[in-house]
Each structure stands twice: as C-alpha cells, then as structure tokens.
Design a protein around this ligand. Structure first.
Ligand code: FAD
Length: 368
C-alpha cells in the first residue's frame, strides 16, 4: 500500500541507513511530462527527498491536463542558436535511447516527412535545418516524391511517443526512484511547501503546472495562454509521420503520427491561440480527415476507423518557457512551465536545467 511505501521510504531516510545526510525536501507540483521528467532527473541525487503532487495524474483525460493529448513526436521547430534549440538537441538522445532500449516506455522510431508549402507566410522551415547534424537518415525529398500542393520537403528518422504508455512509465520510474506521488490540489504556490510526504516543510518547490500557472495564486502569470489543438485518434496505421507547414485555413494544420504499440494514429490538427473550447469541432475534424486523405490516400484506404476526437490546450507563454528560480517566503521555487507545443521534445533538457538550479539553491543554502 501507499502507507507501506511511505514507511519504507522513511526507513531509508533514517540516519543509520543513510549515512546521516541532510536531506533537501522537494515538492514538485504537476504530473505531466514536465513534472515527471523533472522528478526523474532530480531523484538521481540521493540527498533529495521528493514528493510529486498533482490534480491530474497519468490515466486522467482532462482539458486542464495537456500531456495525454499530445501526438507526441519529435519535430524540432526552434531557431538555431536559441536555448530552445539546445533543449531540443539535448532531449534527442534520451528519447532515442528510450525508443531503442526500453520497450515499456512506449516510444518508437518512425520515418518522418515535413512537407513545405511556399504560400505559408509564417513558414520558417528550410531544407537545410540546424538539426540535420544529429537526426538520423536526413535527406531532402525529390520533387517526384511530393504530394499535390506541396513545394518541397525533408525526411528523417524521428520518434513517436504514446503518452498513454509513456506517462505511466515515467510515473513508475519516479516511484522506483523513491519519489512519493500524491493527488492534491493547491490554490496558491505557497501551499506546496506544506505537502512534502514527511510532513516537514519543503525547502524547494518546483512549479510544473503548465497552463494553470495563469491562475495559480502566487504565480498568476498573465503571459500564459492556451494554444488549442484538436486531433482525431484512428485505428488505421501509417508507418510514416507527416507534417505540413500550413493549410488554406488560418490556424489549421495537417499532421499524422502513429503511436507505438497499438496506440493508434493521431491526425491533426490546429493551433488556435486564446481558444479555451474543450469540445471538439466536428466540422474541423472532417476537414482534417479530408486533408489527410488528400496527402496520404494509401493510409486512409477504405476509410478512417475513429477511436475518439480529442482537444488539448498547449501551455503557451509569451517569451517562451519560464525556467528560473524565485524566492518564495523562506523557501525557493523553481519554475518549469510554458512549453506550448514542444513539452516532450524539450522535456529532458528542461528537467536538466531545473536540476542545475536546484543545485545552485542547495549550494547557497549550505553556505548560509
Ligand atoms: P501538463 O501536462 O498540463 O501538466 C500540468 C500538471 O500540473 C498536471 O498534473 C496538473 O494536474 C497539475 N496542476 C496544475 N495546476 C495544479 C494545481 N493548482 N494543483 C495541483 N496540480 C496542478 N509536444 C511535443 O513535444 N511534441 C508533440 O508532438 C506535441 N504534440 C502536441 C499535440 C497536441 C494536440 C497538444 C495539445 C500538445 C502537444 N504537445 C507536443 C505539447 C505537450 O503536450 C505539452 O507541451 C506538455 O504536455 C506540457 O506538459 P506539462 O507537464 O508542462 O503540463
């Protein structure tokens, strides 16, 4: 039971068992891909005693919980030389390692094609992207390989994550790494300091609440907004991931990603900033399926076998992810939220940056 786990952890933490180390008590708020990956990397340091608390857990499907709704694949879309490009580069190897060596993580390799339409104004895609140096099997598509209406494209080997398997996998690894996971709702970030499983006050709180950082007391980050994404999960299987730079309808996209291990294929999509609508728009769903059929008629075949229509809200933040430390009363808070549409493909690097900030805080505390 959870109580037995608590007891075992407490026993591990008694001085006789653990070389009288002073522990740093950490509470992570959020059990999406950001919170769980951060937990996993922090737990490598045995001096940290970690609790994850969250309103939503892997297994839940809720409009306030973005991670289960993601495709999710690895398609770098940052600009060379930015911190986002570093995060994407640093996250490739851990995700590729999981795809290669850890079948239970629910990640597989797939060929991925990005199709470019010259008429998409905001299109920053190029046939010479910065990430081609480390992504396997990169090549520029020949015009003879392009579907109708597409002006150019690239192909490479990428990965696709099945969140229905990956999020429980991350949670399981957290539990195996001595992290205690509890369901809890806070209305102010300062409440998190009282929720460490030892009942002692937390020294550090990590804020991984995604879009809720807009309304969470003590954070109230008004630069946050949703970017609504709508998808269709179908049983049809397509061994090729596809994405386009745009469609003829503003804010609508076309992409196809087959999830690992019978997870079905996600058809997308849209990117509607400021739209909070949780219900799927079935007319848009028809348009998405029509576009996929045009682009990839072989995949659609006799028809699409729909499992469900879905909507997720990407946690967008003006200026990008907030990854910094902040003094909150007697304690410290490290923020790691605002990952918009790239939370999986930057997850390990952002979590790694949190580990560095926690180290800085612990260093400063021990000198004080
Ligand atoms: P969330 O998953 O939203 O988790 C927030 C956590 O905080 C939850 O556990 C919640 O319960 C908890 N919480 C919030 N407020 C409170 C509170 N007050 N008290 C207690 N707990 C609280 N990314 C990619 O990298 N690749 C993709 O291909 C991709 N495709 C996407 C497709 C769609 C349709 C969508 C919607 C998103 C996609 N994304 C993709 C983006 C990715 O899903 C997000 O960036 C990521 O899931 C954000 O994770 P998070 O952990 O920061 O937030």
């Amino acid at each position: 039971s959870e109580n037995q786990i608590h007891a075992r952890i407490e026993a591990q933490e008694t001085p006789s068992n653990h070389s009288r180390m002073a522990k740093t008590n950490i509470v992570i708020v959020g059990a999406g891909v950001s919170g769980l990956t951060t937990g996993l990397l922090l737990a490598k340091n045995p001096k940290y005693s970690i609790t994850v608390i969250a309103k939503h857990m892997p297994g839940d499907y809720d409009i306030e919980y973005c991670s289960p709704w993601a495709g999710a694949n690895y398609t770098p879309f940052s600009t060379a030389g930015t911190r986002e490009a570093r995060w994407e580069k640093e996250t490739w190897t851990p995700l590729a390692d999981l795809a290669e060596k850890v079948p239970e993580a629910g990640i597989h390799f797939l060929k991925s094609r990005e199709y470019v339409r010259d008429k998409d104004h905001n299109n920053t895609r190029t046939t010479n992207p910065w990430f081609k140096s480390f992504i396997p099997d990169f090549r520029v598509l020949d015009t003879s390989e392009l579907p109708k209406g597409i002006d150019g494209g690239i192909e490479y080997t990428s990965i696709c994550i099945n969140p229905a398997l990956y999020l429980p996998y991350l949670l399981g690894r957290c539990r195996a790494s001595r992290i205690i996971v509890k369901r809890s709702i806070i209305t102010h970030i300062s409440q998190a300091y009282t929720l460490h499983h030892t009942t002692k006050p937390a020294d550090i709180v990590i804020n991984c609440t995604g879009l809720s950082s807009l309304t969470l007391g003590g954070v109230l980050d008004t630069t946050m907004a949703p970017i609504r994404g709508q998808t269709i999960l179908v049983r049809n299987e397509d061994p090729m991931m596809i994405g386009t730079t745009g469609t003829d309808i503003p804010d609508e996209l076309t992409y196809v990603m087959m999830r690992a291990s019978g997870g079905g294929t996600i058809l997308g999509g849209c990117a509607q900033k400021g739209n909070w609508e949780a219900e799927p728009d079935l007319e848009m769903a028809e348009r998405i399926m029509g576009r996929v059929k045009e682009l990839d008629p072989g995949f659609v075949g006799e028809g699409l076998d729909v499992v469900r229509h879905a909507v997720g809200l990407r946690p967008w933040r003006e200026g990008g992810v907030r990854l910094e430390k902040e003094r909150v009363g007697e304690g410290w808070c490290v923020h790691n939220y605002g990952h918009a549409g790239y939370g999986y493909q930057t997850s390990f690097a952002c979590a790694g940056d949190v580990v560095k900030l926690v180290k800085e805080i612990v260093g400063e505390r021990s000198m004080a």
